[in-house]
Design a protein around this ligand. Sequence first.
Ligand code: MV4
Length: 444
Amino acid sequence: MFKKILIANRGEIALRVIRTCKEMGIKTVAVYSEADQNSLPVKIADEAVKIGPAKSTDSYLNYQSILAAAEITNADAIHPGYGFLSENEKFSELCQDHGIKFIGASPEMIHAMGDKSNAKDTMKKAGVPTIPGSDGLLKNIEEGLQIAKKIKYPVILKATAGGGGKGMRIVNSDSEFKDAWEKATIEAKAAFGNDGMYLEKFIEEPRHVEIQIAGDQYGNICHLSERDCSIQRRHQKIIEEVPSPFIDEKIRAKMGEAAIQAGKAINYEGLGTVEFLVDKNKDFYFMEMNTRIQVEHPITEEVIGHDLVMEQVKIAAGIPISGHNYHPNAFAMECRINAEDPFNNFRPSPGIIETLHKPGGYGVRIDSHIYSGYTIPPYYDSMIAKVIVKANSREEVIKKMERALSEFVIEGIKTTTPLLLKILKDPDFVAGNFTTKFMDTFEY
Ligand code: MV4
C-alpha cells in the first residue's frame, strides 16, 4: 500500500480524498495556490506545499510544480481528483516516468477515450450500442450531407476533441449544414486546436444516464449501477440521483453489461464512468467515457455501501476487486450548491462566508470544504458544497433533501440553494418526468 499520497487538487474533492487516506493510514500532501493558503485541505493534510499563483495554469495545472512537490515530500502516488489534471494524458505519463503512481487512468486509456470519435468507434467494434452516424471523422461537408440524407434530420455535428458541449451543432436541414459545419469547426479549432468532426442522428429529449464501473489490474471489471444526471444547465450538472426514475432492473442489467463490455474493450483499470443517452423508447447509446472519479460519485457510495476513493486507491495499489456487480440498495440524491446568484444569470458570488450552518441528521451527508470565515476565491469552479441524502424511496429522498437544504445557512455570499429548492417542488421533477432539456424551460 502507498505510504504517502499527494492530492493534486483543491476544494471539496481534495478534502474528500484526504479523509479516505487518513482512514487508510496513508499520509497526505496537499498542494495549494496562493489563493488557497487558508483552505481546509491545507489545514487537514499532513503536509502542504505551495505550488504557485492563484491562476490554475500556474498552479493546479502546473505539472512541474506538482511533480516537484511530490518529489520533495517523497509521495509515492498522486490522486488528481476531478477536473484539472485528472484526464491529462501528458501528466499521467510524467507520473509514470517519475515512478509515481497516478491514481487514475494510464496515458493510453486517457488517449483512447479523449478522442470522442475514436472512442465511439472502439465501443461500436466492441458491440456497445452507439448512435447511428458517420464512420469516424467527416472528410468534408459533402460527406456530411450524404450521411444526413441517409440517417435523416435532425443530426448533430460533434467535435471529436469536444465533450461538455463545445464544438457541437444541431442541424435540421441541408440548408443549415454549411453554416453549422463552419461554426462548429471554428469553435473546436479555437477551443481544442483540433477541428475534427463526426456526425450523429440527433436524439431529442434524452436522459443522461451514466454507469459507474471499476476494473482492477487483473482484468476483473464490474459495474456499480447508474446515476441519472439529466438535470443540467449549460452542461453543468445540478442534481444527480440513483436509481434513475427511468431505469428498471432489466435496462439496468443491459446498460451495466454494455458498460462492462466498454471497459473490457480497453482493458480498463481503475474507476470509470460510461455515459449513455437514453431515448424515449429506453434505447440507450454510448456517449463518452470518463476516466476519473466524478463529482457525483457519493450517491453511488450511498447506495452500494463502499467508499469509491478507497476502491481507487486499492486498485492502484494492485488489490483485486470483488468482481461482482452492485445494485442500488437505497435511493440517493445529490444537490450541488454553487456560489452563484441564480436570480442574476448565475453570476459568480465569491467572498467571505460570514455565517455557516451545515445541515445534518439521519441520511444527510455534506461534502464541502467551506467553513465559517472562509473566503471563496474567485479563480476556480463555483461549487462550494454537495448535499447528499439517502433514504428508502424517491419520495423520502426528495423530502429529506428539502429538509436538509432548508437547514443550510450560508451568509455573506449568494448560492444556488433557492433554485435547488424550487426544482425539488416541480411536479415533473417529483414525478421523475424529465429529460436533459428540463432546465431549458424551468421557470423560477
Ligand atoms: C447528443 C445529444 C443528442 N443527440 N448526441 C452534450 C454534451 C456531450 N457530452 C454530448 N451531448 C449531447 N449529445 C446526440 N446524438 C444531446 C446532447 C446534450 C446533452 C447530453 C447529456 C446531458 C445534457 C445535454 C444537454 C444538451 C445536449
